[in-house]
Design a protein around this ligand. Structure first.
Ligand code: DGY
Length: 323
């Protein structure tokens, strides 16, 4: 029997590409550039499986028109708001993701952002590299102490929990969170956290707010101008979730007016575009979507996709099927 034909939309860790090549008839996108909607629509009419990433947009329009042969989209990533899963389901296409394997590394990046923005690490590095450091003095780049402060988490899934654990047990932070569904208080206490009833309750209490909810329609602009205005004066906002959870223009206004003291961002509304206003601000730490970017995690993500697609074509239930 011939092997399923598979399109991998970006280059993956070599070890995972090797496993894929043993099992499937693989086409790699050797340019390693995001595919456009027309290329993705064409791919759906050629390949049995397409393996996209967050850099590939698959709105409903991609699933319309052409006769589709693709049976599964094996997404390389846990977040899948770049895929219109309802449109995929309507065409009988399964979608899988990669939960679990990027929890620790993404929580680590949230911690890196929180510490960098509170302690002015980015500013200090830029100053030193520019040869502008004049030596130690008591008033130089004085930041905000993290230990003992209150952290507010929006979304208490795997990554929110891992971040709470790091901040409570590592830094003695008081951790409160909002989650759509109730979390058993004993379970929350294992991560050093307690649940509050509303997003607003969390925003009013927290010195640092960190977003860990999915992107897409349900949470689009959850952090809008009104909510940003209810944050504690001088608070910091951290986002390692998805860019569309924050109204970026409202964030810029809150930072410019000084309502917010700073922000640490790993994700943006229209990646890879990052508004110039943010790039100019000294009190903002900006990373290029690095949450899962470690060798170990990227390899584990790839192997999860391999497991899902292998199970699917062997007629078994794909372990991480989302539709
Ligand atoms: C994820 O897995 O969702 C990361 O953000 C990369 O897409």
């Amino acid at each position: 029997m011939s092997k399923p034909r598979i399109l991998v939309t970006r280059r993956w860790p070599a070890a995972v590409e090797a496993v894929l090549a043993e099992r499937f008839d693989v086409t790699l996108n050797s340019d390693d550039l995001p595919l456009g909607e027309n290329e993705l629509r064409l791919a759906l009419s050629i390949y049995d499986a397409v393996l996209p990433t967050v850099s590939d947009r698959l709105p409903a329009a991609v699933f319309e028109g052409a006769s589709i042969v693709t049976k599964i989209l094996g997404n390389f990533g846990v977040g899948y708001n770049h895929i219109d899963v309802a449109a995929a389901r309507a065409k009988g296409i399964a979608v899988t993701n990669t939960p679990g394997v990027l929890t620790d590394c993404t929580a680590d990046i949230a911690l890196l952002l929180l510490l960098s923005v509170a302690r002015r690490g980015g500013e200090g590095e830029r100053q030193l590299r520019a040869g502008e450091w004049k030596g130690w003095c008591p008033t130089h780049l004085v930041g905000t102490k993290v230990s003992g402060k209150t952290l507010g988490i929006i979304g208490f899934g795997r990554i929110g929990r891992a971040f709470a654990q790091r901040c409570h047990f590592g830094f003695g932070m008081d951790v409160v969170f909002f989650n759509r569904s109730p979390v058993d208080p004993e379970e929350a206490a294992r991560y050093g956290a307690r649940q509050l009833s509303t997003v607003e309750d969390v925003l009013a209490a927290a010195d640092f707010v960190s977003l860990h909810c999915p992107g897409g329609a349900e949470n689009r602009h959850l952090m809008n101008a009104a909510r940003l205005a209810t944050m504690k004066p001088g608070a910091f906002l951290i986002n390692t979730a998805r860019g569309d959870v924050i109204d970026e223009s409202a964030l810029i206004a809150a930072l410019e007016s000084g309502t917010l003291r700073g922000a640490g961002l790993d994700v943006y509304e229209a990646e890879p575009h990052v508004p110039e206003a943010l790039r100019r601000m000294e009190n903002v730490v900006l990373l290029p979507h690095l949450g899962s970017a470690t060798e170990e995690t990227r390899t584990a993500m790839g192997m999860k996709v391999v497991e899902n697609v292998t199970a699917f074509f062997e007629g078994r239930e794909a372990p991480d099927r989302v539709v």
